[in-house]
Each structure stands twice: as structure tokens, then as C-alpha cells.
Ligand binder design. Structure first.
Ligand SMILES: [Zn+2]
Length: 297
């Protein structure tokens, strides 16, 4: 069983025409499953979205901040949402984590049917002080990787190949999870995309490569075979939540004085769970009263 820490690697071909990012998100997907108690098909879908968010997040400039990827496919899983910081550390959730087993055939999870294909993929790029950039495309099939690629082609006019995969063991544990995102840069020769698509076909699924023990670095070399590759960045990534008691306090204050006074008058402590992780913040009526008094000062 793969026990290595998760990693994100970024590389470029020396001719400057292809850039590629690859991730091992096995531990991230395991953590997501633990937090959200997801069934196999929900884990597989959420794991793919987390891997995509990680790679897209890392494409952001540091000063631009986070990205959020939202998939609403109309299937039984409901909305899938993942967000990532500019280093590529993701967090996320799925609306219905308990969706029962859905298989295309025995042993092959039907992620596309669980996500649904009647809906949209939305990418929000947080640009700090300016308005966020929001792009939306119609889903192709709900398998997520091809939908992410289509987003970049349609919305940003960047030829893109995306592969995402989560391999679930029979006991519903996560064997491997990861992916890669390959993009052509302006001026790339026409035939290059065909050549790359052939190499991608030949390489096979990302889960298959990872099960053979290939690292993200090996995956890049396999997909960009015969090309001169320069590795630009390699860094550990993890499931990272940015929630804090202070953030929950601001949310409580934003409820308004009237609602807060009602909660305080009930005389019971309240618990607020984070939607991304398994932390719960509890406030006693006295703490809530203090909070309100400070806010009113
Ligand atoms: Zn949290």
C-alpha cells in the first residue's frame, strides 16, 4: 500500500510548448473519505475533484490566492466542491456522501452516472482585492477529467489534456489517487496535440500507472516520452483546511443581533461544524454574549 506523502510536481518541455502538472493525492483522498465518511463512488468522485483543484490551485500566482471548483451534475451525489490554495493544498466536500454503490460493470465504479452529466462545471479564481473571475461550462459526461479539460479549452482557449483517477479497494479504502494536467502553450505546433494524445492513450489510466508504483515524476516522463523535460517545482501537498474559531465567530456575528440574542436566550451551547473538515466549534451562551457585546462596542 502506498504510504508516501502526497506530492505535486510541475514541469515544462525545454522547447516551451508544453507545461504539465502531476499529483499524487492518495493521502488527501484518504483524509477526505475519513472526514466525510464517503461511500466508494463518492470517494472516487470527490478524490478526482480534489486532485483537479490541487493542480489548478497551484497554477494560480501566489498573490491571486485560492481557486474553487464546483461541479453540479444533477446526479445522486449532488454538488461537489473543492477549493485549493496557491500551493495546491485542497479541501472539499460532496453534498451526498452516502450514495450507494454505482458500477458500470462489476468492479468498475460509475463516477459519471453518480456525478450526473446534466449540469455545469464552474471555476472561481479568487483575485484578492478585485472581483473574482468566474467561468462556467456545460458538463460533458461527469467523469470530471474530460470536463476539466473542456473548461480550459472552451473558457480559456488553452488546449488541455486532463487525467484524474482514484482506485478504490474492495474494502472501500483508497489504493491510489492522483492525476495530471497538461497544457499547450501559444505557438505549439498543430501536430503536437495529436502526438501527446497518442502518448496519453498509450500511457493508460493514471491509476494503472500509480498502481505500478510510478511517482508523479515518472508519470510526467511517461506522458511526455521522447520530449526534453525540465522539472520546475516539486512540493508536498496535503488536505488543508483554513477554518478557525475566529472565522466561525465572524459568521455568527453576521447572523445579526436579533438572531444571536435568540440563540443566547435558549441557554444551550451551540456547535458549528466545519463543512470541509472534522472540527466542531462549540460556544456557550456566555461566550456568545461576550461575542455580541464585543461586536456591538
Ligand atoms: Zn475546517
Amino acid at each position: 500500500m502506498n504510504q508516501l506523502p502526497d506530492v505535486l510536481i510541475r514541469a515544462m518541455t525545454r522547447d516551451g510548448f508544453v507545461k504539465i502538472t502531476a499529483v499524487d493525492t492518495t493521502e488527501i483522498t484518504r483524509r477526505a473519505r475519513e472526514i466525510h465518511q464517503t461511500t466508494a463512488v463518492a470517494t472516487a468522485a470527490l478524490g478526482r475533484v480534489l486532485a483537479a483543484a490541487s493542480m489548478i490551485g497551484n497554477m494560480q500566482k501566489k498573490e491571486d490566492g485560492s481557486i474553487t471548483l464546483i461541479i453540479k451534475g444533477g446526479g445522486p451525489l449532488g454538488t461537489l466542491l473543492a477549493t485549493a490554495d496557491p500551493e495546491g493544498n485542497p479541501r472539499g466536500y460532496v453534498e451526498n456522501p452516502q450514495v450507494a454503490l454505482m458500477e458500470k460493470y462489476q468492479g468498475k465504479l460509475d463516477v459519471g452516472a453518480a456525478v450526473g452529466s446534466q449540469g455545469t462545471l464552474t471555476l472561481i479564481r479568487d483575485l484578492h482585492m478585485r472581483e473574482p473571475y468566474v467561468g462556467t461550462v456545460e458538463l460533458l459526461g461527469g467523469e470530471i477529467a474530460e470536463d476539466v479539460a473542456a473548461y480550459f479549452v472552451e473558457s480559456e482557449q488553452v488546449p488541455t489534456v486532463c487525467a484524474l483517477g482514484v482506485y478504490m479497494n474492495r474494502d472501500q479504502s483508497v489504493e491510489v489517487s492522483g492525476g495530471y494536467l497538461l497544457q499547450l502553450l501559444p505557438g505549439a505546433p498543430e501536430e503536437l496535440i495529436d502526438r501527446l494524445e497518442a502518448a496519453v492513450q498509450e500511457a493508460g489510466t493514471v491509476t494503472n500507472l500509480m498502481q505500478q508504483g510510478l511517482t508523479p515524476r515518472d508519470v510526467i516522463l511517461r506522458v511526455l516520452k521522447d520530449m526534453d523535460v525540465e522539472f520546475l517545482e516539486e512540493q508536498p501537498i496535503c488536505y488543508k483546511c483554513y477554518c478557525s474559531r475566529e472565522r466561525v465567530e465572524s459568521t455568527l456575528i453576521s447572523l445579526g443581533e436579533k438572531d444571536l440574542r435568540e440563540i443566547i436566550a435558549d441557554g444551550e451551547p451551540i456547535s458549528v461544524g466545519c463543512q470541509f473538515c472534522d472540527v466542531t466549534y462549540t460556544f456557550t451562551p456566555e461566550e456568545l454574549a461576550d461575542l455580541l457585546n464585543h461586536a456591538l462596542e
